[in-house]
Design a protein around this ligand. Structure first.
Ligand code: NAP
Length: 488
């Protein structure tokens, strides 16, 4: 059953207090901070603002619950996760609207994220019962080798605003399936979706203490004491490369396990033998899904000179059909950016490219009025010196440049410190494999514009981080290997 409320009634009914070990409580001293609506810049509601003392209470709860949760039979843990999946599906419409209100993106994008985010509970409900070990004879014949897997222990998850649900469920699903407890620190722009999920998790039977959700306006102040506490065993982060690097440094002291899903700068490479219409369809998805605010979003379009004009004309036509407006408006297909800072970054990167000689084929100018809107934008002839080819734009801007040979296309694609996702379009299977193997990224989409799949290992290399989420690999991030040596 789906519940559909209007925005005001929904905002009044959603949880806004900390979820501390599953209890909805005020922050220390009753502190709160505001959550803004990106479509208007106005206050949507206020949420509890966790303090370092609240964080310690959450870790007390996570630590106290750890042993029993690890002992809970895997089948039982899996069934609880499956119930969380069903609860999200049941409340999908309310969650999608809530997400749109706090994050800005158009409702179809929010609906797609709810569906994708829920899948991590279904997938890891099934993986919980497949945690395996091994039993072998020592080669010298003098004993047996037993290898088993154990949960890492209490984890801290720090998540970004661009996918307020899925970036959390990609961590919660495997952590809980493995038998770990977890404290989630959602982005300060978008805490509401995660607090809503925390309530659903309680209703689904996640025991007290196992999960806490702590919104805060002072991230470092609450995460630093946790990273220094020896009861915490892992930090898993999705966000910018700069913050990720700093968290790895801070984790070194306690030798914490770390997983880092960091920034991207995905190339979208169209070869001269590509099906141009299919490439344009894929490009629209790779660029404008989630309003361009995705770490996997195509940032740079490298298009073979022979098909460049055709590709550009067709992409411009498709992107010009996107309707900019408040994400909750049923007509809208491109909502506002998340905040003013993001709007400034996108505007500056476009201005820098134009100053360097790029031509504007579509958009390129933010509209007047309230809200953090930016139109679908196409830039061509973008010179290599432009910042937009080096930095993640995180907005609805396609920067197109040409190349003459396959080697040149691969070199352009790899000319970045990042290594998360890449997309290639070609009809030649040999070329597809050759190029995919040459690309310095953790993921490659071949003739498709969306690669995320809960059943596949998501993650990057180089400055895009390390560790994998989803697939059978995802649960390994939350498991330790134990070797038991048996005499004879
Ligand atoms: P961000 O500034 O790094 O923030 C991410 C999270 O880190 C937020 O919860 C933030 O809290 C927190 N944070 C900030 N400073 C911190 C500190 N000193 N100590 C502890 N936590 C801290 O990134 P963002 O701008 O929100 O997100 C965009 C970035 O995420 C992009 O670079 C994008 O590529 C990346 N991303 C990567 C993936 C992936 O899977 N690879 C997926 C999605 C996004 P506050 O909200 O309070 O600042």
């Amino acid at each position: 059953m789906m519940y559909v409320m209007d925005a005001l009634a929904l905002i009044r009914s959603v949880p806004t207090k900390l979820s501390l070990g599953g209890d909805e409580v005020d922050a220390e001293g009753g502190a709160t901070f505001d959550v803004l609506d990106p479509a208007t810049g106005k206050v949507l509601t206020a949420v509890s603002d966790a303090s370092p003392a609240d964080a310690r209470r959450a870790l007390d709860a996570a630590y106290a619950a750890q042993a029993e949760w690890a002992r809970t039979p895997a089948r039982e843990r899996g069934e609880i996760l499956r119930t969380v999946y069903e609860k999200i599906v049941e409340h999908a419409e309310d969650m999608a609207l809530l997400m749109t209100l706090e994050m800005g993106k158009a409702l179809p994008d929010s609906r797609a994220e709810i569906k994708y985010g829920a899948e991590f509970f279904r997938w890891f409900a099934e993986e919980a019962v497949r945690i395996a070990g091994r039993y072998t004879q020592a080669p010298a014949g003098n004993g047996r080798i037993l290898v088993s897997k154990e949960p890492v222990g209490p984890c801290l998850a720090i998540t970004p605003w661009n996918f307020p649900l899925a970036m959390g469920t990609r961590k919660l699903g495997p952590a809980l399936a493995a038998g770990c407890t977890m404290i989630v620190k959602p982005a300060s722009e978008t805490p509401l979706t995660m607090l809503y999920l925390a309530r659903l998790m309680g209703e689904a039977g996640v025991p007290k203490g196992v999960v806490s959700v702590l919104p805060t306006s002072r991230a470092g102040d609450i995460t630093d004491p946790l990273l220094e506490d020896s009861r915490l065993r892992k930090v898993t982060f999705t966000g910018s490369t700069g913050v990720g690097r700093m968290l790895v440094e801070k984790s070194a002291k306690g030798l914490l396990r770390t997983s880092m899903e960091l920034g991207g700068n995905a190339p979208f490479v169209v070869f001269d033998d590509a099906d141009v219409d299919a490439a344009v369809e894929g490009a629209v998805l790779a660029k404008l899904r989630n309003g361009g605010e995705a770490c996997t979003a195509a940032n740079r379009f490298h298009v073979a000179d022979a098909v460049r004009e055709e590709f550009t004309t067709k992409l411009t036509e498709k992107m010009s059909a996107f309707v900019v407006g408040p994400g909750s408006d049923p007509e809208t297909t491109l909502g506002p950016l998340v905040n003013e800072k993001q709007l400034r970054t996108v505007s500056e990167l476009v201005e820098d490219a134009v100053d360097a000689g790029a031509k504007v084929r579509l958009g390129g100018k933010k509209p007047d009025g309230p809200g953090w809107f930016y139109p679908a934008t196409v830039l061509t002839d973008v010179p290599r010196s432009a910042r937009i080819l080096k930095e993640e734009v995180f907005g609805p801007v396609a920067a197109i440049s040409g190349f003459a040979s396959e080697e040149e296309g691969i070199a352009a694609a790899n000319d970045t410190e990042f290594g998360l996702a890449a997309y290639i379009y070609t009809r030649d299977l040999d070329r597809a494999l050759r190029v995919a193997e040459s690309l310095e990224t953790g993921m490659v989409g071949v003739n498709r514009g969306v690669i995320s799949d809960p059943a596949a290992p998501f993650g990057g290399i180089k400055s895009s981080g390390f560790g994998r989420e989803g697939g059978s690999e995802g649960i390994e991030e939350y498991l330790e290997t134990k070797y038991i040596a048996l005499e004879r």
